[in-house]
Design a protein around this ligand. Structure first.
Ligand code: EPZ
Length: 417
């Protein structure tokens, strides 16, 4: 079984380029089901979740071709509207094809999705939105089934600004008659990218990035070429890596607007952040100190950066309070960080982190995608060797993270260690 071997403690130095956003590409790939033309996506990283989404679209009958970071998708001849259990359970984003299948074909049968075990991750908001639009939805034998009875645009109020539910409802509303308004919509940048992608295919959507999104139904969508936005969570992960090693790293291919919460929190710890016109420089130092964090829907501090910051706050002077408000089980990295000497106490959704001036390398296990990233960061700070197993979690969302870290001077190798 392959593992990562990380030897700290070395300040990272140099320049690294951020890849395309996993959480923008996955809904955009699902949205390609709406199109009866050719879709060309540029800037697509080599991630496990993207392979799974490609496999899923091929099962439906799509033609997919990949050359380097360019992915070509053609859903003109899709023959099936059913996503079987063996593929659907591989990731959470499997659920995102349901809205597109309903809108284009008037029917869908999708097995419940899988994904990181960071919470129960129900589908109620997605299905409630579909029902509001006039789709008949049933749930049986582990599948969600839908068909268009008299689907038409409606006003929908989301009980929670769910990213996936917002994306799924946008897709389900794009090809039905009438106007849909989604209120209390999620405001993440990946939803703006989805809107821009769909509008370039011929959709009529306005308001993504705000809490109300308006979709005017159209009759068909054509092909398009699209370059996805940079991955703000990968960018944040490398920013935290520069800070935890007290290094000096320049990160290129970032949208400053998308990483403001991460910039603000790093500045609160005392790291120096310099913005340039197409990148960002992070300089850590030994005087960095504690700060408090509360994860919130965008534009608040992203839950996907919580584990990485827990690792960082375990290494700075002082006590930090971290509150996870989005997922009910997103502290699985805490026992693993404790193996490395971190001083973290958990009270429900609150973590109390007492910074230490040293951590020790240990054998640890990635429990989910961002937890795995946190363990790499802790290993970069620790004295001695850290061996990280269950790399499949990390490979879902980071494109060869160990090679990118190696270019920054990290002592990190991957193999059957
Ligand atoms: C997306 O997941 C991201 N995944 C997650 O990133 C991210 O953590 C999350 O949004 C929040 O920002 C992708 O975009 C592929 P949600 P999603 O629906 O859509 C509850 C990563 O590390 N909820 O906004 O599944 C849910 O239980 C991953 O890249 C319902 O109750 O997130 C959770 O508590 C992890 N009912 C909260 O909303 C529903 O029907 C936020 O979930 C849907 C969600």
């Amino acid at each position: 079984m392959e593992k990562l071997l990380v030897r700290g403690y070395k300040p990272l130095k140099g320049q690294v380029r951020i890849s395309g956003s996993k959480n923008a590409i996955l809904p955009i790939m699902a949205a390609s089901v709406l199109s009866s033309g050719e879709i060309i996506l540029n800037g697509v990283p080599d991630l496990e979740d993207i392979k799974v989404m490609s496999e899923m679209l091929e099962i439906l009958g799509a033609k997919i071709h990949r050359q380097n970071d360019v992915l070509t998708i053609n859903c003109t001849d899709i023959k099936s509207c059913e996503v079987p259990e063996h593929i659907s359970r591989k990731m959470r984003a499997s659920n995102l094809v349901m809205g597109a299948l309903l809108a284009r074909f008037g029917k869908a049968r999708v097995a419940y999705p899988g994904g990181c075990a960071i919470g129960s991750r129900p589908m109620d908001l997605h299905l409630k939105g579909f029902r509001n639009l006039g789709y008949e939805i049933t749930e049986e034998f582990g599948y969600m089934q839908g068909r268009a009875i008299n689907a038409e645009g409606k006003e929908i109020m989301l009980d929670f600004p769910s990213v996936g539910a917002t994306e799924n409802i946008i897709m389900a509303a794009t090809l039905i008659p009438g106007t849909t308004i989604i209120r209390n919509a999620a405001r993440e940048p990946e939803i703006i990218d989805l809107q821009n992608f769909l509008n370039r295919m011929g959709a009529k959507i306005r308001g993504a990035g705000l809490d109300s999104i308006r979709i005017e139904g159209v009759t068909r969508l054509g092909g398009v070429e699209h370059t996805v936005i940079p991955d703000r969570i990968e960018a944040g992960t490398f920013m935290a890596a520069a800070a935890i090693t007290r290094g000096d790293v320049y990160i290129e291919n970032v949208v400053h607007e998308h990483i403001q919460p991460t910039i603000a929190k790093l500045r609160e710890t005392g790291a120096e952040i310099i913005l340039t016109n197409c990148g960002i420089r992070i300089i850590g130092n030994r005087k960095m100190r504690s700060t408090d964090i509360k994860t919130m829907p965008y534009p608040g501090f992203p839950t996907d950066m919580q584990p990485q910051f827990m690792a960082l706050l375990s290494t700075v002077k002082g006590t930090s309070i971290l509150v996870e408000t989005i997922f009910e089980n997103r502290f699985m990295h805490v026992p693993e960080l404790r193996r490395m000497g971190a001083d973290i106490k958990i009270e429900g959704r609150v973590a109390i982190i007492k910074g230490k001036n040293r951590l020790e390398g240990a054998a640890v296990e990635a429990t989910d995608l961002r937890a795995g990233a946190a363990l790499i960061l802790a290993g970069l700070f620790s004295e001695g060797e850290t061996k990280i197993s269950r790399l499949e979690h990390i490979e879902r969302g980071y494109d060869n993270i160990h090679l990118k870290l190696k270019t920054l001077g990290a002592d990190i190798t991957k193999g059957n260690i």
